[in-house]
Design a protein around this ligand. Structure first.
Ligand code: TEU
Length: 581
């Protein structure tokens, strides 16, 4: 019996509203802009929209610094616009999940403004600590002359994770930007407020939440139990803190349990499977999670540092989760989002084989076991942006550390790190959606808040929809196969079994459910590769199998249809799905 759920059978499309579609000419996307594209989303055939934060925010981190959880950012529109969006989606049978950002608020949130008064009830909503006076090397401009920050943690956006507040005479914790103070989840009042706020949105009829950095909520004892903190934990020990499970269980019991909603947790750090199953297993509080294993492969320590990755690394990181959650739990399958460079530039080839490799990556996303995600623009094969100067970047995660490094002399010239930033920066994902070949790609009539990729004259929705062999149509066809065909169940629920696990170019796997068996085979190389089904790795005889071609990114030509299932060759970046009988 299959453990069915609507969110396992769905495809999720992520909208970054700032960069999707602008209707009022201020150069920033808005909610009416999404409403204008509802039929587009319907035609594409997605089931759930994940909307990045649309709440009131000073936008230090593009909406991940929330000043009011229950109102809409002016630039994006009004709550009426939002209601119209929700209705428009539901009319088309598309569900909506909202971003839940509750590890931190903006420093402009009313709670934090009040918290700066030590006598206020809100003071304890945040994490205030004394600085250290027992260490040399005072910090000058950061705080008082005789104090160093409470511990040595670095913020994920560079610099110390603590900021000094003159009025309070203490430091507050911010794991992200200084304008994103961390909430104190130890305080039951904070939990009450957050749970009520979640109820409020659920009562409005949303279908779930994507929970931002949710495994950071519980901080280590070194901080919660000591003032000043004990300086014996690293910042990454803030992941999966001691009360994490308890907090999420409480959220589940109080808010989620009696509703048929989708709860997706973004989980930082490298997690072991036991912890993952505690979160998303049958008895866990969440439906599924985002992990970072595969998106950390090519990142170095600094935002401008890169690492080489191989197909073995990529496959290993997915194998770990495919097998790890095979019996209990559920995966999320993503290769891009608003924090990641464009998938085709990163895992594919954005030059000669852009179309082929974008289709191959789509094949991977829609045929692994787990809920697939499309980040806006992936369906037309949008690429990274050719950033040329620091002024072209908008993201704190890029700008802050680069400025610090230039100031301290750690880096001499921007040009020395340009290549790495082009490769890694989150801004690659945030350039406007390319609707057509007009001046600003049909995104805005005004001045776009971030550069439009010059390749929009070729890469755009209008052109992609007009060409029946485009990446866009390939996405649609794959979604049809996954959701509405006689192999849907095996694609969603079937077991995953990898073949030839050390093949340097080809990633192949079999998906099996009852008597149904699919072979997915993907050539991650710019040249032809040979592959095969090793007899000793499978429970069937590959020589006796008939391979019926279901999908091929080169089209259903003779080379793809007329094969011996046991062994065959693949063209550069070729992807195929066969049904084996
Ligand atoms: O991202 C958390 C997170 O892990 C990122 O900071 C990630 O490490 C980085 O982007 C990889 O390059 C979430 C949101 O998705 C992100 O947009 C926010 O900036 C962040 O939380 C803080 O809310």
């Amino acid at each position: 019996l299959l453990d069915r759920a609507w969110w396992k059978e769905s495809v999720i499309y992520q909208i970054y509203p700032r960069s999707f579609n602008d209707t009022d000419g201020d150069g920033v996307g808005d909610i009416p802009g999404i409403i204008e594209k509802l039929d587009y989303l319907d035609d594409l055939g997605v089931d759930i929209i994940w909307l990045n934060p649309v709440y009131e925010s000073p936008n230090a981190d593009n909406g991940y610094d929330i000043a009011d959880y229950q109102s809409i950012m002016d630039e994006f529109g009004t709550i009426d616009d939002w209601e119209e969006l929700l209705d428009g989606l539901h009319d088309r049978d598309i569900k909506l999940i909202m971003d839940l950002v509750v590890n931190h608020t903006s420093d402009e949130h009313e709670w934090f403004v009040d918290a700066r008064d030590p006598d206020s009830d809100y003071h304890d909503y945040y994490i205030w600590k004394q600085g250290r006076t027992d260490v040399g090397g005072f910090t000058g401009h950061l705080g008082p002359e005789d104090e160093a920050p409470p511990n040595e943690w670095e913020s994920f956006f560079g610099g110390p994770a603590w900021a000094y507040d003159e009025d309070v005479g203490k430091w507050y914790l911010h794991l992200f930007d200084e304008k994103q103070p961390d909430l104190n989840w130890e305080n039951p009042d904070v939990r009450d407020e957050i749970f009520e706020m979640m109820e409020w949105w659920l009562e409005k009829g949303i279908d779930g939440f994507r929970m931002d950095v949710i495994n950071l909520l519980s901080k280590p004892d070194s901080v919660t139990k000591h003032d000043p903190p004990r300086n014996d934990t690293e910042v990454w020990e803030t992941f999966d803190g001691p009360r994490m499970q308890e907090f999420l269980d409480e959220m589940h019991d109080r808010v989620l349990a009696d509703r048929d909603v989708f709860a997706l947790g973004e989980m930082m750090g490298r997690m072991d499977m036991e912890t993952a199953i505690d979160y998303v297993g049958r008895d866990g509080p969440l439906s599924t999670l985002f992990h970072f294993d595969h998106v950390l492969l090519d990142h170095g320590g600094e935002i401008w540092e890169t690492n080489e990755w191989t197909l073995n690394d990529l496959r290993d990181s997915f194998n770990r989760w495919q097998y790890g959650l095979a019996e209990d739990g559920w995966n999320s399958i993503y290769l891009s989002n608003h924090d990641q460079p464009r998938l085709v530039s990163r895992f594919g080839n954005d030059d000669e084989y852009r179309e082929a490799s974008a289709k191959l990556l789509a094949t991977l996303i829609f045929t692994l076991r787990g809920t697939p995600y499309i980040f806006q623009g992936a369906e037309i094969g949008m690429t990274n942006y050719p950033f040329d100067s620091l002024e072209e970047f908008r993201d704190v995660e890029t700008i802050n550390p680069v400025r610090n490094a230039l100031e301290s002399g750690e880096i001499e010239h921007f040009d020395d790190i340009k290549h790495g930033l082009r490769h890694n920066s989150r801004d690659n994902a945030r350039t406007p959606m390319q609707w057509d070949d007009s001046e600003n790609a049909g995104f805005t009539d005004g001045e776009p808040w971030i550069g439009v990729n010059p390749n929009h004259d070729e890469i755009n929705v209008e052109a992609a929809r007009a060409d029946k062999d485009s990446i866009w149509h390939y996405y649609r066809d794959l979604m049809d196969l996954r959701k509405d065909s006689d192999v849907s169940d095996v694609l969603v629920y079937g077991d995953y079994e990898v073949l030839i696990n050390d093949h340097e170019e080809v990633w192949s796997y079999v998906r099996t459910l009852g008597g149904e068996r699919l072979l997915v085979t993907l050539n991650f190389a710019e040249f032809e590769s040979h592959t095969w089904i090793p007899e000793y790795e499978v429970e069937f005889n590959p020589h006796e199998m008939e391979a019926e071609l279901l999908v091929c990114n080169y089209g259903a030509d003779e080379r793809a249809t007329d094969v011996d299932a046991a062994a065959f060759d693949l063209r550069p970046w070729e992807a195929r799905i066969y049904r084996l009988r």
